[in-house]
Ligand binder design. Structure first.
Ligand SMILES: [Zn+2]
Length: 143
C-alpha cells in the first residue's frame, strides 16, 4: 500500500507560482494601457498593443496555475480520470480531513485512545468503582 499523498510535487508548485507570476505581469501590462491612454490620449496606437498581450498572459498564467495546482489530468488538459484522481488526491484528502475535523468538533467521533469502561456502583454508598475493584474505594465495602 502506498502512502497517502498530501503534498504537491516541487515541479507542480513551481508551475503554480510561474503561472501566478505570469498572471501578475499580464495584469500589470493590461492595466498599464489604460494608464497610458489616460495620461496621454494622443499617444497613438503603439501603446494599445500591450492590452491583448497582457490579456493573453493572464489566460496563459491561469492555465499554468491550474496545471500546477491540480496536475495535467486534474485540470483537464489530459483526459485521464484515473490520473486525475491521483493528481487531485491532496485536495480530496484535505476535504476529507476538514469533514473529520468538523466531526471531531461535534464529538461524534471517538478519540483514538477510546476504551469502553465498565463501572461498578457500590451498594452501600453508590460510588462508582473500576470493574476490577473488589472493594469500594469510597467506603471499603465489598463489591
Ligand atoms: Zn461504597
Amino acid at each position: 500500500m502506498k502512502d497517502p499523498k498530501y503534498d504537491i510535487s516541487e515541479g507542480r508548485k513551481t508551475l503554480y507560482y510561474l503561472g501566478m507570476a505570469l498572471m501578475a505581469v499580464g495584469f500589470l501590462l493590461f492595466i498599464s494601457v489604460f494608464f497610458t491612454m489616460w495620461s496621454n490620449p494622443f499617444g497613438g496606437p503603439s501603446s494599445m498593443g500591450a492590452a491583448p498581450i497582457g490579456f493573453v498572459l493572464i489566460i496563459l498564467g491561469s492555465i499554468l496555475r491550474g496545471i500546477g495546482a491540480k496536475g495535467l489530468a486534474g485540470s483537464g488538459v489530459v483526459l485521464d480520470p484515473k490520473q486525475a484522481r491521483e493528481d487531485l488526491e491532496p485536495y480530496t484528502r484535505a476535504g476529507g480531513g476538514m469533514i473529520k475535523d468538523a466531526l471531531d468538533e461535534t464529538g461524534l467521533t471517538r478519540p483514538d485512545n477510546y476504551e469502553p469502561q465498565v463501572k461498578l456502583r457500590c451498594r452501600s454508598c453508590r460510588a462508582l468503582n473500576d470493574e476490577a475493584a473488589r472493594y469500594c474505594s469510597q467506603c471499603g465495602e465489598e463489591l
